[in-house]
Ligand binder design. Structure first.
Ligand SMILES: NC(=O)c1ccc[n+]([C@@H]2O[C@H](COP(=O)([O-])OP(=O)(O)OC[C@H]3O[C@@H](n4cnc5c(N)ncnc54)[C@H](OP(=O)(O)O)[C@@H]3O)[C@@H](O)[C@H]2O)c1
Length: 318
């Protein structure tokens, strides 16, 4: 099969399109013919080596959607020809930028009829991260106010929809060109993150009970400033990998309840994906596909995911 691999850590030039053996599913695994693979910032961290994958050479990519093509010995819940989507590959098992990938069954779910493979592949890391942040960690309740920083990104646009689906009031920050689309996805208030009076604008919409923060080193002070006493803040990312927290006193005085999470620690990815599938079926969640790439162009997708502005997701279609 064709697969993108890297033999050493480095820039996008380490990515090579190669012919490799098709992987065989063990017990508890399925082999999926990949129709689409979502690209995430974390794919680039594994490639660069700031997060270490299991071994080298390595196939990048966490997220995927496609058709089950073979099942391992004791697999009863999935069968060949099932349409599935999944996430959590590319770290301890080879990734999804390939014609086929093998996934443990506890990292996949059935893709609802009517949902495209591209949309399924775009939702893995983003929707599971948003669910784990807002529902599992922050315990977001109906009618609470939820602030989603960076609503136009992969995680952000999934989080806006999931927060809205819980019945929360959603404020999100994004570039002005994306505000209309975010409102159509359920945001009640949209604010340009570049505004000088960002803090006033967010507070005017309502001090948040829950904050999803993808740039914690930039925004922890801001979070403390706009928060109520005891606001739950879920931190999923930093702009500077080694950044520490210089704003702890402000966070402490508001008694922020800070959760730092990693999607890869989700105990039962499949259970979250099944709930994501329910939202998809109910028309309460989708993914915006900003751009698709061929396998040959995964290097461009890795460049673009960190450097370009886009609404939603970048997806590879092998
Ligand atoms: N901990 C976890 O498990 C986990 C899981 C998923 C993601 N993450 C991390 O979360 C971050 C976001 O991931 P993603 O997949 O959503 O990335 P993405 O699709 O690239 O989105 C990033 C978003 O940030 C926005 N942004 C840029 N500058 C901003 C600013 N100053 N203030 C607010 N927003 C700003 C971008 O908007 P523009 O287009 O206007 O620049 C874009 O919408 C990454 O650092 C990723 O590594 C962590």
């Amino acid at each position: 099969m064709k697969a993108v691999r890297y033999h050493e850590h480095g820039g996008t030039d380490v990515l090579e399109l190669e012919e490799v053996d098709r992987p065989e599913p063990d017990a508890g695994e399925v082999r999926v013919e990949i129709a689409a693979a979502g690209i995430n910032p974390v794919d680039t961290y594994f490639r660069e080596g700031s997060y270490a994958p299991e071994s080298l050479p390595w196939i990048p990519g966490s997220d995927f959607a496609g058709t089950v093509e073979a099942v391992g010995d004791d697999v009863t819940e999935f069968q060949p020809s099932d349409r599935v989507f999944g996430t959590g590959l590319g770290k301890d098992v080879p990734g999804t930028c390939a014609e086929y990938a093998v996934s443990p069954t506890d990292r996949i779910a059935i893709l609802p009829e009517g949902t495209s493979f591209e949309v399924g592949a775009a939702l893995g890391v983003p929707a599971v991260t948003a669910w784990r942040s807002l529902i599992d960690h922050a315990d977001l309740e109906p009618a609470e106010r939820c602030l989603v920083h960076g609503g136009s990104g992969g995680v952000g646009h999934a989080a806006v929809q999931i927060a809205a689906a819980t019945g929360a009031d959603v404020t999100t920050t994004a570039s002005p060109e994306y505000h209309d689309r975010l409102e159509s996805l359920g945001a009640d208030a949209t604010v340009d993150y570049a505004r000088d009076d960002l803090e006033d604008a967010v507070v005017e919409a309502g001090s948040p009970d829950v904050i999803l923060d993808h740039r914690l080193d930039d925004y922890l002070q801001f979070d403390a400033d706009v928060a109520k006493q005891g606001t739950r803040v879920v931190g999923i990312g930093n702009t500077v990998p080694e950044a520490g927290f210089s704003n702890v006193p402000a966070a402490r005085s508001k008694e922020l309840r800070i959760h730092l999470i990693s999607m890869f620690n989700t105990p039962d990815i499949s259970a979250v994906l099944r709930r994501v599938a329910k939202l998809l079926s109910a028309g309460k969640l989708s993914a915006e596909i900003a751009r698709t790439y061929d396998l040959e162009d995964v290097d461009s997708a890795h460049e673009d995911v960190l450097s370009e502005s886009f609404f939603g997701k970048l997806v590879v279609t092998p």
